[in-house]
Design a protein around this ligand. Sequence first.
Ligand code: SF4
Length: 294
Amino acid sequence: MDPLKTYKRILEGKEKPKFIKAKEDGTLEKKIKEAEGILENCKLCERQCGVNRFKEKGFCGVGNEWRIFGAHTHWGEEKELIPSATIFESGCTMKCVYCQNAPESMDYNLGEEWSVKSVAEWIERKWKEGCKNINFVGGDPTPYIPHILKALSLVNVNMPVVFNSNAYLSETGMKLLDGVVDVYLFDFRYFSEKCARKLSSAPDYPEVAKRNHLLAKQQGELMIRVLVMPGHIECDAKPVLRWIAENLGNVYVNVLGQYHPCWKAWDFPELKRNLSSEEYWEVISYGKGLGLKV
Ligand code: SF4
């Protein structure tokens, strides 16, 4: 079965996106109220800082404003998704030393403030221009779930929603997206706690990512990105693929080979170089051997 069957039916006009259905049955309004309450005691990602975002910032550095460092038609996503109306939100729930969008992705203050209404109008404009989906990314979009829900309540076009994330949401965050997001475009970065701690300050990432990938598959359609990093093939890339094959079955997997050193990667000996094509093809053939369509 096609892992993006429902997404494609929405594009063909045979089915409504989830957020439109949620508007019609009143669940979106309820979720907005719940999400707004969470801003006073933020537990949207697995850090569960509990800060009042009207007054202070948690680990992600995100306050109450919607800060965006880029919004454009994106042609660099998976072929099923392009052209994609992509919104790059400032701040992140992880601190990956090799981040390719840093510092803008990491620093809330480098984004511009957008109102919920202006985001909704931008989305509708992009739909008229021919974009296939609304793609919320960052940094990471998780701290902005309340803003995203509010913007969607103002959108009146049948455009599927893609939540493009590191997969480090809390269960609360995942629940708020249930019935709203059509496609979960999730990274699966690490299988080793040690690597997740060293490179992203998130030792519990492997367990959280496993839980959220399972939830995402129940809640909608799932596309998984596995970024292969030099020196992290045996500890991360291969066991991640094995876990996917054993636990998620027929799912869309994109193994990314474009790693190159960025930001603080130069401080980590194994990350100071590009991934070689031999390393990339080793991981691809391992995935194929597991029966994955990589
Ligand atoms: S999104 Fe995560 S890191 Fe940011 S304030 Fe909320 S719980 Fe903390």
